[in-house]
Ligand binder design. Sequence first.
Ligand SMILES: Nc1ncnc2c1ncn2[C@@H]1O[C@H](COP(=O)(O)OP(=O)(O)OP(=O)(O)O)[C@@H](O)[C@H]1O
Ligand SMILES: CC(C)(CO)[C@@H](O)C(=O)NCCC(=O)O
Length: 336
Amino acid sequence: MENVRIRGRRGTLHFIRFPTSEVGAFLQLARSKGMADLVNTIYATGGGAYKFEEDFIKEVNMRLAKLDELDALIAGVLFVDAMNSQECYYWAPPDEVPVHQHPADSPPYSEAALSLYVRKPFDFSRPYPFLLVNIGSGVSMLVVNAPTDYYRVSGTSLGGGTFLGLCCLLTGCSSFEEAISLAASGDNTTVDKLVRDIYGGDYARFGLPADLVASSFGQMSTAERRAKVSREDLARATLVTITNNIGSIARLCASNENIERVVFCGNFLRVNPLSMKLLSYAMSYWSRGALKALFLEHEGYFGAVGCLLHLDMKQKNESLSRHGTPPTGEPGHADR
Ligand SMILES: Nc1ncnc2c1ncn2[C@@H]1O[C@H](COP(=O)(O)OP(=O)(O)OP(=O)(O)O)[C@@H](O)[C@H]1O
Ligand SMILES: CC(C)(CO)[C@@H](O)C(=O)NCCC(=O)O
């Protein structure tokens, strides 16, 4: 991300990621490159900041300054959105006709229709209140009323980790990228039981369209169906199941809290336009156009940015209490 001002300096933020299972390799690299000669403190957030604290001290003699993951997440989201005019976007059909107003003969949730969804920029400069749905390995849902006024309203353990774990079990795949690519070419209707499979068409009285999933994995109870199903279809059904469940909980939370904008983030959405389109459809359809699903370009990096900002704040506060003035642009002395 270019042209970012932090700690009195302007520059480009570079993001890298690696799974926490690789922390050992990172520590080895840090040691071999003499990283501890340059820095003595790393700002860190999430469970890993606690879990790996001892390893950092023991292996590279570096201290972890720990920040709460949800504080850091929100600070990061607000900062990155303010810095990058293209950060926030949504997905919609090209005609922008609300999905619940589409004629019954052209269902906007069909494969063909979803593939037409296009990404459009959203002006998030007046964000409050919003529901922030962070889809990591588990899912946290936060009502955000102001930069430091928020609460965790709900969560679910059925998240990105569940998708990946179940996909590995069901398809034998071994990476998130592989799971997503299988899902992209699969068909969940061979796995799930649809309203059509139960009613022969729509259940019109309660607005349940024929193509809606009535029972996730509902077809898999018969041996005949199981014999015919492909890995791709299983991956697709897993993706649709997890995504729709998150969408459903998010929608209930948003309506309960009288919130119209639901911002989804977290690495589950990485290289995963299908889930974003499904969430967009679900939010709009089930709220009859009242809710809007929003997404963020730097989906999984906000916690890290929140940490960096905390360092900036800390330095400003230290400088104010020492000299009565903000810092001049030199890095802080307490932490390197
Ligand atoms: N390269 C990848 N390897 C593994 N998982 C990935 C990858 N890219 C995206 N994902 C998805 O991102 C999820 C993790 O998301 P994220 O990194 O945002 O969460 P987290 O901070 O680890 O979650 P939690 O705080 O719940 O433990 C994985 O469960 C998986 O669905
Ligand atoms: C435990 C955390 C907060 C760790 O990031 C996350 O994985 C989560 O919100 N899990 C869902 C827990 C629940 O609300 O059921």
